[in-house]
Design a protein around this ligand. Structure first.
Ligand code: SF4
Length: 373
């Protein structure tokens, strides 16, 4: 059944028909940003740029949670892994992401582990909670990164830890909210955009209505897309039609998952445990009301409070243009280090590390879309 569904959204004839409609309707330049790193990979994996007319340009946005984690947060997580007896847990991508490169200090969690820290990869925050229950004498810290999609699972895990009376489980929350980041990109004026491809998974949680401000306040068309080729092409067609008509609205091209109000149960778990705060994004700086900290009733789970550490200011990797890539100011191949010193095997910046990073996507698929490298 699932395979049939996938085939339906990969039907080559249907894709050609939607691409032909885009060609027929597009008469003026349309620069579209796909917010989500999952979209960036799907777009390049399926060769979607090759199907588009020259009027339509796609730019990647900041929707890779690993990539937008500030170097300062990485430095703090690495320092926390050195807390006496601590077990530092996180998702796989995070252990290779560089923080500050300073002689004599680990620049990644992988290096910290090689130097003796107990750093473990987990697949979900519940795995980290289980490790805490198995090691009651040791503090277990979960480095949580992600957007509105993953934050509710962390909030639910905290509720589970509270219910089970676990007192050695902590979360270093680097969770972020996507609409404020989109607003920050538009407010920066660094890149001119004509439309936004809205993130499918995030919007499943926050609801399509959460993007209405882009149409109302910025006159910016939005089309929420899933991750199959037809999902993305239909979203692009919806954007082109709005741009050609001079209209701004929110089109939901992912109705099999996204509802106008989103997933209210997930939203409630988040609201119960977390509170909105200003946070730093790699590439965007401090973005108001764009991050999640613990609400007053749950601060005892906050690793930042439990393990206060005084750290020097963070340093970005020398020469890395991840910040410009994440804001859509440049395409990854425009970075002078792209494929010349920076590769997935030897990443300089986070955009080349993550499975959702734009640089990694262009490196992996670039040859098939016009020879990025
Ligand atoms: S190619 Fe490497 S150095 Fe350049 S922006 Fe991407 S991650 Fe940074």
């Amino acid at each position: 059944m699932k395979r049939e569904l996938v085939h339906r959204f990969r039907d080559p004839n249907a894709a050609r028909a939607v691409a032909a409609a885009i060609h027929a309707r597009s008469t003026r330049p349309a620069r579209l940003m796909e917010f989500c790193g999952g979209h960036t990979h799907a777009i390049l994996h399926f060769g979607i740029p090759d199907l588009l007319p020259p009027t339509v340009e796609l730019r990647s946005g900041p929707g890779c949670p690993v990539c937008v984690t500030a170097a300062a947060d990485l430095d703090r997580a690495i320092a926390m892994s050195g807390v006496d007896g601590a077990i530092l847990t996180t998702f796989g991508d995070m252990i290779r992401v560089p923080g500050s490169r300073v002689a004599g200090r680990a620049a990644t969690l992988a290096q910290a582990r090689a130097a003796g820290a107990d750093v473990r990869v987990v697949y979900s925050p519940l795995d980290a909670l289980r490790i805490a229950q198995q090691n009651p004498q040791r503090p277990v810290i979960f480095l949580g990164v992600g957007f509105e999609t993953t934050a509710p699972t962390v909030a639910s895990t905290v509720l589970a830890a509270e219910a089970a009376g676990v007192d050695n489980f902590f979360v270093f929350s680097s969770h972020k909210l996507t609409p404020p980041a989109t607003r920050a990109i538009l407010d920066s004026g660094k890149v001119a955009l004509d439309g936004i491809i809205g993130p499918g998974h995030v919007t499943t949680v926050i609801g399509a209505d959460a993007w209405r401000f882009l149409a109302d306040e910025y006159h910016m068309p939005v089309a929420v897309a899933g991750f199959e080729p037809l999902d993305i092409l239909r979203a692009i067609l919806a954007l082109v039609e709005m741009i050609e008509a001079g209209r701004a609205g929110v089109d939901n091209a992912y109705t099999r998952s996204v509802q106008p109000a989103g997933n209210t149960a997930a939203q409630q778990a988040l609201t119960q445990v977390m509170a909105v705060r200003d946070v730093e994004w790699r590439g965007l700086g401090i973005v108001p009301a764009s991050g999640l900290a613990f609400g007053a009733a749950y601060t005892r789970f906050d690793a930042g409070r439990a393990f206060p550490l005084d750290l020097p200011p963070a340093r970005e990797p020398a020469g890395c243009r991840c910040g410009d890539v994440l804001r859509g100011v440049i395409r990854p191949p425009e970075c002078p280090l792209f494929a010349r010193g920076c590769s997935p095997e030897n990443p300089v910046g986070p955009c080349m590390v993550s499975a959702e990073g734009a640089c990694a996507a262009h490196y992996q698929y670039g040859a098939s879309i016009g020879g990025d490298r």
